[in-house]
Design a protein around this ligand. Sequence first.
Ligand code: ADP
Ligand code: ADP
Length: 227
Amino acid sequence: GHAAVLRDVTVRYKATTALQSIDLSIEHGEIVGIVGESGAGKSTMLRLLDATEQPTEGTVLLDGVDPATLGERGRRRIRHRIGMVFQGFNLLSNRTVEQNIELPLRLQRRRDPELVAKLIDYVGLADRAKHYPAQLSGGQKQRVAIARALITQPTLLLADEPTSALDERTTAGILSLLERTRRDFGTTIVLVTHELAAVKAVCDRAVILERGELRDIVQVVHGETQQ
Ligand code: ADP
Ligand code: ADP
């Protein structure tokens, strides 16, 4: 099976068609880029993939399951298997690195101090565990956010412009962390970005959206996009 399938999916908001007749299959362990200008439908696609949005027409399958056939509890269970990373990091400023990373587990009434410590180490912040977000660089904040996303051991990681607030060198570090995550944990990664360089650096394929339509799917081979 696939990590995610969109079958002839259309999403409409009143007068606006956010996505039109989209067909897309995402393989397990794939890193897929979603590229397009503002308003192209990228966020809408992410909301389909985390089961917070239902298509107006067509079918979405997440790990073979159609969220539309589930109740709110079932959709919440799906979301527990999905990690999310944002452009603005979305860390809690009054919680330490450690506490931020642990938060998703706490929300599920779980604890796993060993995995917390392991992931802090994995993202290279072992000496920052007791620091607060304000004491970290942008790249370090995004590493915390990635560790927080991985704490529930998601099969799918959704990254919404994760490097857009970062400089070039920091960006390279974050992209290589995403690549390492896929390699070590087999995580499927969907990377929304307007940066073609990010697509070439880590993606296997890029989906080009234009005003809600799937304009093209581009393969990346040896760091170059193929026609
Ligand atoms: P992107 O993330 O690529 O900027 P979006 O998915 O946010 O694109 O938006 C696609 C289109 O759908 C835009 O025209 C946007 O204004 C519209 N849209 C998105 N969400 C809503 C909503 N909740 N209500 C009404 N229109 C929306
Ligand atoms: P297992 O799950 O059988 O222990 P894995 O190779 O899948 O073997 O994982 C090794 C360790 O890495 C696990 O103990 C787990 O704590 C951690 N791990 C596995 N998958 C993830 C993931 N997606 N995100 C974060 N940590 C993970």
